[in-house]
Design a protein around this ligand. Structure first.
Ligand SMILES: Nc1ncnc2c1ncn2[C@@H]1O[C@H](COP(=O)(O)OP(=O)(O)OP(=O)(O)O)[C@@H](O)[C@H]1O
Ligand SMILES: [Mg+2]
Length: 261
């Protein structure tokens, strides 16, 4: 059994491509024979919906086995894991009750490391090569839990002026998290939702490279309607339409991740 790498996808800027990247990279890694667990940490259930129908997602959300019960009711991680229709990729679904999780975590003992402790045995078992964590667009105790649990952070960033502006908050937050998880490493910024008709994305990449202290993934993810059709069909685009441009881009990011970690 190898050693499990835990990678979080977080950015407090909403709609930056976190859930899409998390699900598609999970799919691309699984296609390379890696055993992957994708964990939904958001009340929007977007990661869950990337693999399951709405009906199934609501069934999981209402059950006693999801990220919400794991964080607040000591649900055992293994009992929360759901098999998908795809080989090598499992999902730990979320719940709409996650909307109240900040409040519930407040009174818990060692509240920032509940997720880390919940995943400890699974990590040690080496059952998965990668555990990918999808975070919501916030910077509270829940995201603190996600980052305290992770070895690496990937920051999906939409090529836009406000996307860049929000990045400073993210870096400050990472510094705070390092107080409880000194090993956390920012693996890189993944530029997403690039509209090649606009020139702005080039400036975004240049600005990121000028920061000098963060890796920028070589591949950028361009806008591709196949992503939306795939989501409409409850499948990551990498499985839904492997020949699409977005699929190839995510495959190449997955390769880069395998080289980096
Ligand atoms: N490459 C792409 N091409 C086209 N549409 C995309 C692409 N990537 C993401 N989208 C769309 O952009 C929207 C936001 O993407 P996504 O949900 O992955 O972002 P997010 O950061 O997880 O959002 P949130 O902050 O709400 O959790 C979604 O509607 C998704 O379908
Ligand atoms: Mg999301």
């Amino acid at each position: 059994m190898g050693n499990t790498k835990i990678i979080a996808f977080a950015n407090n800027k909403g709609g930056s491509g976190k859930s899409t990247s998390c699900s598609c990279i999970a799919a691309a890694l699984s296609k390379r024979g890696k055993r992957v667990l994708a964990v939904d940490g958001d009340m929007q259930l977007n990661l869950t919906l990337s693999f399951f129908s709405e009906e199934k997602a609501f069934e999981f959300a209402k059950s006693d086995f999801n990220t919400y019960t794991l964080l607040t009711r000591n649900a055992h991680v293994k009992s929360c894991i759901r098999r998908t229709e795809f080989e090598n990729v499992d999902v730990l679904p979320s719940s709409t009750l996650m909307s109240g999780v900040e409040y519930e975590l407040f009174s818990k003992w060692q509240r920032e490391t509940i997720m880390r402790r919940a995943f400890e045995d699974l990590r040690k078992s080496g059952e998965y090569d990668y555990i990918l964590l999808d975070a919501p667009p916030t910077l509270g105790c829940l995201v603190m839990n996600v980052l305290a649990c992770a070895d690496y952070l990937i920051i999906p960033l939409e090529a836009s002026p406000w996307g860049l502006f929000g990045l400073a908050n993210m870096f400050d937050f990472v510094e705070t998290v390092k107080g409880i998880n000194p090993a956390l490493e920012v693996l890189g910024v993944l530029v997403t939702k690039v509209d090649t008709r606009k020139n702005y994305f080039k400036q975004t990449i240049e600005a990121l490279e000028n920061l000098g202290n963060v890796h920028v993934f070589k591949e950028v993810i361009r806008l591709d309607s196949a992503v939306e059709w795939a989501q409409d069909n409850s499948k990551p685009v990498v499985f839904y339409k492997p020949s699409s441009r977005a699929s190839k881009e995510f495959e190449s990011v997955a390769e880069e991740i395998m080289d980096l970690v």
